[in-house]
Design a binder for this molecule. Sequence first.
Ligand code: PEP
Ligand code: MN
Length: 354
Amino acid sequence: MLVVMRAQATDEQVRAVCQKIEALGYRAHAMPGAQRTAIGITGNSGEVEAGSLEEMPGVHEVIRVSKPYKLVSRDTKPDTTIIRFPNSAVTVGGQDLAIIAGPCGIESRDQAFNTAERVATAGAQFFRGGAYKPRTSPYSFQGLGEEGLKIMAEIRDQFGLLIVTEAVDYESLDLVDQYADVIQIGARNMQNFSLLKRAGRARKAVLLKRGLSATLEEFLMAAEYIMSEGNYNVILCERGVRTFADHTRNTLDLSIVPAVQRLSHLPIIVDPSHGTGKRNKVTPLSRAAIAVGADGLMVEVHHDPDAALSDGMQSLFPDQFDALMTQVRLIAAVLDRDIPVPTKRRAELASSAG
Ligand code: PEP
Ligand code: MN
């Protein structure tokens, strides 16, 4: 059920409706929009008795939500969610595209700093890197753990990049919540429902990657798990699905971007690195992702990909990432989207022009 408030409803009236919903034993999720606030009701197994809510001051209508997801739906919140970060001008889902770049895994302080310097200069606003790596083999590099998170926190201080890193279980989620700006939930955990609920109780934004064989509805339901616990800052990420095709590691499903945008207000970005698994396909698919309307990119970059401890084959050299940024900036402009030039780079451009 969804309570749609009148455009003129006051904050007090919204609060009173939320209190009434909670008193009935359900959970209320107020979603302010540009025109009006809608209040999602969760925790009900059947239909909620609408009568008493319909009569409350400020209520426009009470509607049944027929789709299985409620809080992620555009019916609940017609305008696209813009995710903001404390003490930062960076946004996800607004006019600016979010560019997340960095190595697959944090391997050492030198490796992370070398790569971070290059992606910051090229204009990424977020630095990615796994401190906890979900690897197919237990004998492969598993990540540096908390030491990796500390290195990332230093990178935030030094380069002003926001930090995105994966949590693989409850224990790592607690730590990632302390150190990072965005908690990544990986493809393999997209249907780890207890982890999704835990992420829903975290204070940080969550980047949710599509499962290896997840349908659109399963993907949105996973986001609904996070939101149902009260964390509304969810960024969806298409990263390819498993198909019969073997010329790439996965098949990047760019059609899910407009499909999600039709059904949900949540921002969606694309990861062409895991989506293709091949370095030579990352830039073309990045261009396509921006052209199709994605809200940003997640790209693996390594200062020395041949020596990478994971995903070297799909990691770009920093020079290739520079070229990618130049190209996607041009494509973004066609769609009236921006990739803000970092302050340091702006100063360099100004001095070389002068
Ligand atoms: C990653 O981003 O490094 C990663 C492991 O991604 P995915 O969960 O999409 O495989
Ligand atoms: Mn990787």
